[in-house]
Design a protein around this ligand. Sequence first.
Ligand code: ZN
Length: 161
Amino acid sequence: MNNEILEQLKELAFSRSIPFCYSCYKEAPTGCCKHCGSDDLMCLVPGVGCEYGTDWVIKHILETELTAVDLEEEFEESIRQCYPEETQVGWMTFDTVRLMKENDPIGWQCALSEYESQEESEGTIVSFDSGSTYYNFSTLEDFFKNTHNTCFQKSSTPYSP
Ligand SMILES: [Zn+2]
């Protein structure tokens, strides 16, 4: 599933960039440089950069067009749904989550990383940089649905009334 998304991202990266021949310093939109015949081309994203491979284009698309998951916030939210909002200690009333975080930060961190790997193995969240940033699977799906509609109109069946 992760691979499927990666393939879609690659496809998108190609459609958002222009093949560029570095030795001739010219664009080669057909995928083959018409000056030297080379197909060893860079990807050019005007105004952003020009480099080999699609990884950096994918990174750029993710950073600019999608919002990464705030895992800690989501985890906090799920804890708040499971436990009473406030906890009584003696005669004092505390915010449960804050009490837990402040009194056992290590325990909190452990539970957070467990939550993270659980969400990842269930496929709810996806990472493309080995776990530094996560994206919601559903957000990605929506993103592809919307971009495919606008991006691939040309190649789809022509509209006929
Ligand atoms: Zn060339």
